[in-house]
Design a protein around this ligand. Sequence first.
Ligand code: ASP
Length: 498
Amino acid sequence: MKLELHWQILIGMILGAALGIGANIQLSTRTSVLTVADGLPQSIADKHDITSAIVMDSSNLIKVTWVKTDGSEETRIVDPTGKEPGAVLMLEDLKKKSPLAHELYSLAPSYAKIIGQWCKRIGSLFLRLLQMVSVPLIITSLASGVLGLGGASRFGKMFSTTLGYYMCTSFLAILTGLLITNIINPGLNSEIRLDLGVAQVEPKSITETLMEQVEAMIPANPFEAIASAKFLSVISFTIVFCIFALQVGGDVHKRFQQLAGDGFAVMMKLTTAIIKLAPYGVFLLMIYVTATQGAKVFSALGWYMLAVVVALGVHAFVTLPLVLWLLGKRNPFGFLQHMSPALLTAFSSASSNATLPITMSNIEERAGVSNRSSSFVLPLGATINMDGTALYEAVAVLFIGQLAMGDEFTFMHQVSVAVTALLASVGAAGIPHAGLVMMAIVLQAVNLPIEYQGIILAVDRVLDMMRTAVNVWSDSCGTALVDHLIDNPDAPEVANAA
Ligand code: ASP
């Protein structure tokens, strides 16, 4: 019997974490002599006038000594017990008091560090595969969604109402995510700090931030945008291209639709194949994280998961039902019950696309929404309306930002996160882990390296299941709303019975 992918990932995660923590406990000590011939960079030796350094690291004391060219020696000590005179209490303090001592300490190898770095290198191949598919996946997924609208004449009121709903609810979802994360502060509450040399970002003004996003949406050269994986530019150009292909109509529309559909089918297959490697990727990246950072990494992930779950809960059980009740004039409880098979399928498959046939049949047959609305709003929604994903991108990047930059992750950064999370969710395909692929766009917007994703990868599957259910729930509420707002002569009576 073959285990389901999410079980495999869970096992990969637990095994990786156990091995990594074991390595961290057993193999973390670093006792070595650094010379220019062996591990001490010439630039540091020249800059500080030193010939060699000795790093001694026992379980409760770190001693860094360096020898100057004139033969004199200097020593810095880290002693958590505070007994050693002149010693600092924590490694972080050493960084502030003596950057040189900290740098020398980081240069000294430990087995845990070496193992961790290799696991990171190999595990990053999995991330590279995800990066590899992201641009073609976005283009084909978006194109087949927009071109599937059926013809330029069907735009009009339904299109604007649908888009209005998508944008408003996604934005509300992002705001909820940011708000809850700012209350829970998962990154600030944790002890770990990511310190991989983040480029220092000057906080920008809100006008500057927004102008940059607008500029990115108008690529001067769309091919260059595709080649250099500028997601924002790729998404906007694809949408504009498809809208105009719809306007040209006829055979041109049909051929492009066929091409986009075929391309999407291939990309989905490829992506699904890559995602099968997730257990190995998770295993290796988990070893990397825990071998280099220790078990404390889990407390941070606990807070992070809490933030995602609470925010998704608020959006799914408060915001969307209110919208449905007030604007769609429909009983949210009855509707939830009607849609439950689709929602449970979304939860277990973590794919809005895979769930689409069930969503369509539930909404028409159980909830009584007209086929005219559902055939228009649902497929488009499965591709571009992802409230759960948008919320998740915002929480995840804010969490990573807090870990990497602490308090320096400013309000302006959060504005960038909000805008790009919306676009990332529009670009994400309705397949498992697509949100993870798209997170690069949000990380890019706030200058955080993509490697930081490694830290949240381990718990992505379980959060993916939840956010996919929210994605499908939002598509369903949107369809009922549009059905109510747009005059539907063929809407069956049962539509408002729930
Ligand atoms: N799995 C999600 C979906 O299919 C997309 C995501 O990864 O956020 O809706």
